[in-house]
Design a protein around this ligand. Structure first.
Ligand SMILES: Nc1ncnc2c1ncn2[C@@H]1O[C@H](COP(=O)(O)OP(=O)(O)OP(=O)(O)O)[C@@H](O)[C@H]1O
Length: 261
């Protein structure tokens, strides 16, 4: 196992507005409740759940962007929830590809510079080969070599998302967290990006946590699917096991799919 979450809870303060007073804390609301999960090496684990169920909060907890209220997160048998691992070391091992790719690509940087940045930061000794690495990254996400000299604004949404994936791959992480990464893409682009992701996952033995509210697109792509509901993981299953589903929310999700198809 590469990543283990043990009873992870993240609660946010709830503040009440009072006229003429400072906002007062009126308790806490747990966005993530007692979540235990294991991600195996080379596995793609889907994380589905409705909006507000806590999926992104969980991803932020894994990346150390949130302090846990309680619980533990272990990366390859080392605790990472303590905040002792430096960000650069954590991000070397875990990368995030978020939903809105355009906002995370600097508009004044060419794709070449965007890809060179992580190579320079993480592998300064590869300076001489850096351009070749950029080209092979572009190839692995199905982009033409001439994209190198382009700016993000000259690319389509699907192409920008591929650049974000290439940038994450440049770091050579062991785990990639995808947070609704294909949600903004049309169906054809979505399926070609998923094909690319599957290919590089197999080639590089990567572990994926694939967050989505779209169970339909996730099913064939994931080895297992965890279902999050109101901050809790209520079920983990393999596609094809639907007859064994126990939680009402998961069964309702599958019923919606049956009606749609
Ligand atoms: N910084 C914050 N302060 C207070 N509450 C927050 C904060 N971040 C998230 N929340 C709350 O935590 C809950 C879970 O939010 P989260 O964004 O993790 O859900 P999600 O499943 O990723 O939703 P979506 O699919 O819409 O992105 C929500 O009720 C949200 O309002």
């Amino acid at each position: 196992m590469i990543l283990e979450l043990r009873q992870v809870t993240k609660a946010y303060p709830v503040r009440k507005r009072r006229k003429g007073w400072f906002n007062q804390q009126a308790g806490e609301q747990a966005a993530v409740k007692q979540v235990s999960l294991e991600l195996q090496r080379g596995e793609c684990l889907g994380l589905v759940g409705e909006s507000g169920s806590g999926k992104s909060t969980l991803a932020r907890c894994i990346l150390g962007l949130e302090t846990l209220t309680s619980g533990e997160i272990w990366l390859d048998h080392r605790p990472i929830h303590t905040g002792r691992m430096k960000d650069i070391h954590l991000y070397k091992r875990i990368q995030l590809v978020a939903q809105d790719s355009s906002s995370s690509l600097h508009p004044r940087m060419t794709i070449r510079d965007i890809l060179l940045e992580p190579i320079r930061n993480y592998f300064p000794e590869r300076k001489a080969q850096a351009l070749d690495i950029c080209l092979s990254l572009l190839e692995s996400v199905g982009l033409e070599a001439d994209s190198l000299e382009k700016y993000p604004t000259q690319l389509s949404g699907g192409q920008k998302q591929r650049v974000c994936i290439a940038r994450a791959l440049a770091v050579e992480p062991e785990i990639i967290l995808f947070d609704e990464s294909v949600a903004n893409l049309d169906t054809a682009t979505q399926s070609s990006v998923l094909d690319v992701l599957k290919k590089v996952q197999i080639e590089r033995q990567l572990s994926y946590l694939f967050i989505t509210h779209d169970l339909q697109s996730t099913r064939p792509f994931c080895d297992r699917i965890a279902v999050m509901y109101q901050g809790e993981i209520v079920e983990i299953f393999k596609d094809g096991d639907q007859s064994l589903l126990e939680h009402e929310y998961t069964r309702a999700l599958f019923q919606t799919l049956a009606v749609e198809n």
